[in-house]
Design a binder for this molecule. Structure first.
Ligand code: 2PG
Ligand code: MG
Length: 425
């Protein structure tokens, strides 16, 4: 019987050059694997606690307090002794972690410590079953490859505030397969860079997720630009490629008002909602994420009830992959879709439970990377294994992004797959 021989946490760097938690797990048959957790910049207040050293006993002068030695220490001294010797099983390992820290936000251990171990456990469980995580979660039949949501223009916390909003993305929903969807996205990203350059913008410096940090002062200008680009590459905006926005509105919400840095104007929730509705009316937007601040619940529900047409309204900071918040959102109809980020939750199995609850409530699910990533590809395994239907990884630039896209290409090439069509009418 294969059991876990060792589990060792260590500190590595993410794509922003900031420390993050990694774990190496080894089983008694000699197999081993390292796995790392990502980290956000526009984080929601209700996310699992990310344990960083900040002036504590493990503060490290070279990392500006951002080191994660404390989280690593917790893995090695508190969690590992409870995991080593166990038979690898996702639920069993996550139960053991929950027994050590029953708080929803993993305040005792830290969500970066818990997720690293949970993911390592998932890989070990897959190894025990002689399979990938995707196949372990989805043992028979065709794997469902998710529709990508690809970042083209970046702003907010990911691009030094180049735009008020965080992402303008494309959804290549008319593509027949994943490879085609990705090739369309690359063509759009390339054309956006060329056209941006022609208009005098700097387009060879990229934002945290590989998008272009073109400083459009109005979101409508960014949407008009993207629309022009989609047409220029010969794709059809309505039937082939849709626009998605991540407003990340919590980032510019203070004292009950939405403050635009670009226009230097402030808006009440209802004024901001009217602006969002105008965008929906004027552009082929398929999906809008965090149009309001995380706790501005009445604005979310009001917006949902005044939608003029079908629209995917995604809660990211709003739900933070938290079951209670999702349940409240379903009850109040504050959104109809949820962004699923394992490190907002802290455990693989609890994240799966949120996704399941979302499906049960008729919500669509978008499994998402973070702005601080590593070249790990477990995100793809989980998105495919859970049959999530959509995935958001950032842009097409940066190895930490392309590693995920490339793994999807590999699955499409070597496995029996079907391509999700969540926007098919
Ligand atoms: C988001 C994510 C990914 P971050 O807001 O959706 O784009 O950003 O990881 O910084 O929270
Ligand atoms: Mg977001």
């Amino acid at each position: 019987m294969i059991t876990i021989k060792s589990l060792v946490g260590f500190q590595i760097l993410d794509s922003r050059g900031r420390p993050t938690v990694a774990v190496r797990i080894e089983t008694t048959d000699g197999w081993y694997k390292s796995v790392a957790v990502p980290s956000g910049a526009s984080t929601g207040a209700h996310e699992a606690v990310e344990r960083r050293d900040h002036g504590g006993a493990f503060a490290e002068k070279f990392y500006g307090g951002n080191s994660v030695y404390g989280a690593v220490h917790i893995i090695n001294t508190v969690i590992a002794p409870n995991i080593v010797g166990a038979v690898p099983d996702i639920n069993e390992i996550d139960n053991a972690i929950n027994n050590l820290d029953a708080t929803t936000r993993h305040e005792v251990l830290g969500g970066n410590a818990t997720l690293a171990v949970s993911l390592a456990g998932a890989y070990a469980a897959a190894h025990r079953a002689n399979s990938s995580i995707a196949r372990l979660l989805n043992p028979t039949g065709a794997l469902l490859l998710p529709m990508p949501m690809v970042n083209i223009l970046s702003g907010g916390a990911h691009a030094a505030g180049a735009m008020d909003i965080q992402d303008v993305l494309v959804i290549p929903h008319g593509a027949q397969n994943f490879e085609q969807a990705l090739s369309w996205s690359v063509a759009i990203r390339e054309c956006a860079a060329a056209l941006g350059k022609e208009r005098g913008f700097i387009t060879n410096l990229v934002a945290d997720e590989g998008g272009l940090g073109i400083p459009f002062s109005r979101t409508s200008d960014a949407c008009a630009f993207l629309l022009e680009v989609i047409e220029k590459v010969g794709l059809k905006p309505e039937s082939e490629v849709g626009i998605a926005l991540d407003i990340a509105a919590t980032q510019f919400y203070r004292d009950g008002q939405y403050h635009s840095r670009a226009t230097k104007q402030s808006y009440s929730s209802s004024e901001w909602s009217a602006l969002m509705l105008e965008l929906i009316r004027d552009f082929p937007i398929l999906s809008i994420e965090d149009p309001f601040a995380e706790d501005d619940w009445s604005a979310w529900s009001g917006f949902m009830s005044s939608l003029p047409r079908q629209l995917q309204v995604v809660g990211d900071d709003h739900f933070t992959t938290n079951l209670q918040r999702l349940q409240r959102g379903a009850k109040e109809a504050s959104a109809n879709s949820i962004l699923i980020k394992a490190n907002q939750n802290g455990l693989v199995s609890d994240t799966a439970q949120v996704l399941k609850a979302a499906n049960a409530n008729g919500f669509s699910t978008v499994v998402s990377a973070r702005s601080g990533e590593t070249a790990d590809t477990w995100l793809v395994d989980l998105a495919v294994g859970w049959r999530a239907g959509q995935i958001k990884v950032g842009s097409t630039h940066g190895s930490e992004r392309s590693a995920k896209w490339n793994y999807l290409l590999e699955l499409e090439k070597f496995e029996e797959t079907t391509f999700a069509q969540p926007f098919k009418k």
